[in-house]
Write a protein of this length. Structure first.
Length: 238
């Protein structure tokens, strides 16, 4: 009778535990806070402006944009950016995400610890580069980061660049100008102006998506649910 009682009454708990564990794994539970967007996942975005002036930016080293992420969702899921190229190359771009450090002696906010790095293929004609990530708490981001792109082994005569427009972020924020690496050291960065021909501020076309970080209560509930499933299975085996 005790076995039957446990099996019958434990089923709702097992179902809830399974749902909780599944939601936790997919990042659908948490205290990240809701963003005022239809899909609820952008933490930085600036949309292309029709007929806007484009400015292309290239570098032989690395180009970075410092971002203040909007909302409270912090598990990085996707980065997309616009680029132009006249050649094709597998793994021809390297996208990195750094934590932003405090201002140096000159007042420049430089990247510090590298949090993530991924390679992206280059396609002739350019388009949208995408770094897609699964849900992992290892990709939890701080409030301010630097997203950078490095062009790898550009062929002789080839051209590639990031696209910028006079498009202010609708979610998140960025400081004027962009960062360009000037050498191999961690502090070897310089701030470059990024304006159109009229002196108006422009920004790289860049979008960042993130998922909620689970609340501690959600994590505890998931652990409790897994423990309950284990307990019931042991009783049934006994």
């Amino acid at each position: 009778m005790s076995v039957t009682f446990i099996r019958t009454n434990a089923m709702p708990w097992i179902a809830m535990a399974a749902m909780t564990t599944c939601s936790f794994a997919q990042g659908t539970i948490g205290g990240g806070g809701e963003l005022q967007e239809d899909d609820g996942v952008y933490v930085y975005r600036n949309a292309p402006v029709p007929l806007a002036f484009d400015r292309d930016v290239s570098s032989t080293l690395e180009i970075g944009e410092d971002l203040a992420l909007g909302g409270l969702n912090r598990v990085l899921m996707e980065i997309t950016f616009n680029y132009r190229s006249d050649y094709t190359q597998t793994r021809g771009m390297v996208v990195a995400v750094y934590a932003e450090g405090g201002p140096d002696s000159s007042g420049l906010f430089v990247p510090t610890v590298k949090l993530l790095e991924r390679s992206v293929d280059v396609r002739s004609g350019g388009g949208i580069g995408t770094v897609a990530l699964g849900y992992s708490l290892a990709n939890t981001m701080p409030d301010r980061v630097v997203v950078s792109v490095r062009f790898v082994d550009v062929p002789t005569g080839g051209t590639i660049s990031l696209v910028a427009q006079a498009s202010d972020p609708t979610i998140g924020d960025t400081r004027p100008g962009y960062l360009e690496r000037t050498g191999p050291g961690n502090a070897d960065w310089a701030l470059r102006p990024l304006t159109d021909n009229s002196g108006n501020q422009v920004n790289f076309l860049l979008r960042v998506k993130a998922a909620p970080i689970p609340e501690p209560t959600s994590i505890a509930l998931g652990v409790f649910g897994l423990g309950l499933v284990f307990y019931v299975s042991r009783r049934r085996a006994g």
